[in-house]
Design a binder for this molecule. Structure first.
Ligand SMILES: Nc1nc2c(c(=O)[nH]1)N[C@H]1C(S)=C(S)[C@@H](COP(=O)(O)OP(=O)(O)OC[C@H]3O[C@@H](n4cnc5c(=O)[nH]c(N)nc54)[C@H](O)[C@@H]3O)O[C@H]1N2
Ligand SMILES: Nc1nc2c(c(=O)[nH]1)N[C@H]1C(S)=C(S)[C@@H](COP(=O)(O)OP(=O)(O)OC[C@H]3O[C@@H](n4cnc5c(=O)[nH]c(N)nc54)[C@H](O)[C@@H]3O)O[C@H]1N2
Ligand code: SF4
Ligand SMILES: [Mo]
Length: 736
């Protein structure tokens, strides 16, 4: 007979979502019980949630291995403060928070509120993003807040707002893609960046625009391989062909849009042969792309970072939207335009006030009515709300300068690795009087900080995330946070009260923050006021806008709850007149062209097994084994000319710096282009090369094209930092 005393209790399980990308795959997370009688283990196992429609039982390698993050050996478990000798030393929470608050108060008194900057992240829950924005504007009174999502979604957002009057990455559910006949993917590689999304693209004919033959391009009916930075010319060319060949949906254009004639006037001079000359895409392939799109009863045009991360990213997206509008796709069920946004809460993160120019509910900070509404919810005078501040790169670039912030608080970003021209960014961070980083691992940016605050992570906390289709999801807590850590919400409240603000303004319960966010967003473009934890927990699929239905006049009648808006624009676009706008855009070259000294284009992006700056995924052994170090993809002919061999090392040099990378030969690549992933630190940082030229409207940096040269390296070994996280700088006690 079994001794029931020793049968372990069934593991607790929660339905939650993957901690990484914007697909937010549904998962079931189970706790691994701790040793009998001992403390609970900080470990879990994951299974895909078969009922969540976005991933349909699928997960990528990162999702399957995410539980390893919870038990990472160098998890931060105690605050660290840099001592007089320059070493980060473990300390208590009160000391750390007192140190930060005293410094912030002094800088503010001496230099004014804009002396303190805040840098947020698109991985933060809606609740954290909201409270961070409020903390910056109210407790600090600073205008200097922006976030890493500026590097991600801003060009598509600017173009989407201009065209449709509203920006939601996908204005339709992901599952709609399943019935498409043709899908054009401009600069997106979802087979590596959102693998379960490919389950919705099995039936469609894919047209992929990418300088590289990616795993996504491998699955395409047609792969267009332009020179980096020429998508705008290509999109103008597709527009040209479709008009000339009579595929314009005239009735739709007349009824639902404005501005066709001006847009066509520009595209009229982009005849196919000229486009081929600029982009390298053969005329026959341009025509085939238009044929595939025009012949499809149901078609989508989707953009990714490849088309967007340029100094003309906004115009490029606008040109692709022009193509979609001319074909009559947006606002039609089963067809449309969308942007595949990136970070876990890339969508919600942009809606609740951590962006320099925005207030909660996707309200503009310059709009007097928006200011009045949010000031009322926050209990302050609208005049006390700061105006718009600097964009992410401009903020980083101004740190420690005469006019820029002297202190920076970082929540949920690792700009030392992921910002463009990263050596300059690191120098600016080093010039600060005070750098504070809240994180759960010693990221490269945390290692530079004066104060490091150890916070809780995904499976240890509650909250909401908004995925790429604007659907609000519940993140649920499975494990108790390790002793010594606090939540971001807790940190914000502790700092605000030390700065003299009211504690009740900064709830630490996520649900209480969400209740306030509902009010602050009510009536705004991203209206969450009809969404509640109760409705989400009951399993409702709620896409914003979801306004709160007013109580019925007849007290006996039940108010129908708003069902949310899975599909936007079906009746009308969000401009006051209900019409979409074509954009009058013209092609221009990248900010930096190749020349004798730097004869090759470098572009950057992602590999399947690493996520972003790698701060998280480089700590997961299976992922590090799959993608251990920086590499540079090079065509064999280009490599031969530069004296490089497969598996050897190359130095890649641009006008801004140089990166050390292992050579990977790829005969499918363009001979004028090399590719580097940006996930690695130290000398392996792709961002040592990248250009900080910004898009004039979105302020997006030009991550996707700069000029470089390659030289062989025979003596340098790969730096340790490029292989594994280097924990040497963190004292023993902090890593236990
Ligand atoms: N594995 C993994 N998945 C991720 C992430 C991750 O870091 N790793 N990050 C998440 C985030 S935040 C984001 S934003 C998304 C990004 O998802 P994607 O946009 O799919 O990712 P990228 O690799 O940045 O860029 C896509 C493609 O653009 C191509 N490209 C480069 N230059 C050009 C150009 O000039 N024109 C065109 N047309 N294409 C070009 C690159 O070769 C690359 O294959 O992924 C999310 N998912
Ligand atoms: N060259 C090049 N550079 C790029 C890109 C590119 O394609 N090429 N892509 C850009 C894009 S699209 C993006 S989105 C950015 C990403 O840029 P990063 O800011 O580097 O993104 P992450 O690596 O996700 O960094 C997030 C950090 O926050 C921590 N963190 C995660 N969740 C939380 C939380 O809830 N609270 C707190 N306090 N911390 C948390 C993580 O541990 C990690 O250290 O990189 C951009 N940089
Ligand atoms: S696709 Fe994105 S959300 Fe899904 S498992 Fe992979 S990283 Fe996680
Ligand atoms: Mo991103």
């Amino acid at each position: 007979m079994r001794d029931t005393e020793h049968v372990p209790a069934p593991p607790r399980q929660v339905a939650t979502h993957c901690p990484y990308c914007a697909l937010q795959c549904g998962t079931r997370l189970s706790a691994v019980p701790g040793p009998a009688g001992g403390p609970p283990a900080h470990a879990a196992t994951v299974e895909p949630d078969p009922d969540f429609p976005v991933n349909r039982g699928g997960l990528c390698q990162k999702g399957w291995t995410a539980p390893a993050l919870l038990g990472t050996p160098d998890r931060l478990r105690t605050p660290l403060v840099r001592d007089a000798s320059g070493t980060l030393r473990p300390t208590g929470w009160d000391t750390a928070l007192d140190t930060v608050a005293a410094s912030l108060a002094r800088l503010r008194a001496e230099h004014g509120p804009d002396a303190v900057g805040v840098f947020g992240g698109g991985g933060l829950t809606n609740e954290k993003a909201y409270l961070l924005g409020k903390f910056a504007r109210v407790a600090l009174g600073t205008s200097q807040i922006d976030y890493n999502g500026r590097f991600c979604m801003s060009s598509a957002a600017a173009a989407g707002n201009a065209a449709f009057g509203l920006d939601r990455g996908l204005p339709f559910p992901v599952t709609d893609l399943g019935s498409a006949d043709t899908v054009l993917l401009a600069g997106a590689n979802p087979a590596e960046t959102m693998p379960p999304l490919m389950r919705h693209l099995t039936a469609a004919r894919l047209i992929v625009i990418d300088p590289r033959r990616t795993p996504t391009a491998e699955r395409a009916a047609l792969h267009l391989q332009p020179r980096p930075g020429t998508d705008l010319a290509l999109a103008l060319g597709l527009f040209h062909i479709l008009v000339v060949e009579g595929h314009t949906d005239r009735a739709y254009v007349d009824r639902r849009t404005d501005g066709f004639d001006a847009a066509w006037k520009r595209a009229a001079s982009w005849w196919p042969e000229r486009v081929e000359k600029v982009t390298g895409v053969p005329v026959s392939d341009q025509r085939e792309a238009v044929r595939l799109l025009a012949a499809a009863p149901r078609a989508y045009v989707l953009t990714g970072r490849g088309a967007e991360q340029h100094s003309k990213g906004t115009d490029t997206v606008a040109a692709f939207i022009n193509v979609a509008l001319a074909l009559g796709l947006p606002g039609r069920e089963g067809s449309g335009y969308g942007c595949l946004t990136g970070q876990g809460n890339g969508q919600g993160g942009r809606e609740h006030g951590q962006k320099a120019d925005q207030l909660p509910g996707y309200r503009m900070i310059t709009d007097p009515a928006a200011r009045a509404h949010v000031a009322r919810v926050w209990g302050i005078d609208p005049a006390a709300l700061p105006g718009p501040g600097r964009s992410a790169y401009e903020l980083l670039d101004a740190l420690g300068t005469e006019t820029g912030p002297r202190a920076l608080l970082v929540f949920g970003a690792n700009p030392v690795v992921s910002a463009p021209r990263s050596a300059r960014v690191a120098a600016r961070l080093a010039s600060l009087d005070l750098l504070v980083v809240a994180d759960f691992v010693p990221s490269e940016t945390a290692r530079m900080a004066d104060v490091v605050l150890p916070v809780t992570q995904w499976a240890e906390e509650e909250g909401t995330m908004t995925n790429l289709e604007g659907r609000v999801l519940r993140r649920r807590r499975l494990l108790d946070p390790p002793p010594g850590t606090r939540s971001d919400l807790d940190v914000l409240r502790s700092l605000a009260t030390r700065l003299g603000d009211l504690p009740e303004r900064y709830p630490t319960e996520p649900r209480a923050v969400f209740e306030e966010l509902r009010k602050a967003s009510a009536g705004g473009p991203a209206d969450y006021s009809g969404i509640s934890y109760e409705r989400l927990d009951a399993g409702e699929a709620l896409h914003w806008p979801c306004p709160r239905t007013p109580a019925p006049a007849d007290a006996d009648a039940d108010a129908e709850e708003h069902p949310g808006t899975p599909r936007l624009f079906l009746e009308r676009f969000a401009h006051p007149d209900g019409r979409a706008r074509f954009a009058d855009v013209e092609h221009r070259p990248p900010a930096e062209e190749t020349h004798a000294e730097h004869p090759l284009y470098a572009t950057t992006g992602r590999v399947l097994a690493q996520y972003q700056s790698g701060a998280q995924t480089r700590r997961v052994p299976q992922l590090t084994a799959a993608a251990p170090e920086t590499h540079v993809e090079v065509h064999p002919d280009t490599a031969a000319r530069a004296g490089l061999t497969d598996g050897g090392h190359a130095r890649v040099t641009s006008a801004r710096g140089s990166t050390l990378a292992r050579v990977r030969l790829d005969p499918t690549l363009r001979t004028d282009t090399v590719f580097l992933p940006f996930h690695f630190p130290g000398e392996g940082r792709a961002n040592l090369l990248t250009n900080d030229a910004l898009d004039p409207r979105s302020r997006m940096p030009e991550f996707k094209v700069c000029a470089v040269r390659l030289t062989p390296v025979t003596t340098d070994p790969l730096p340790a930092g490029a292989v594994l996280p280097d924990t040497a700088a963190i004292p023993e006690g902090a890593r236990s």
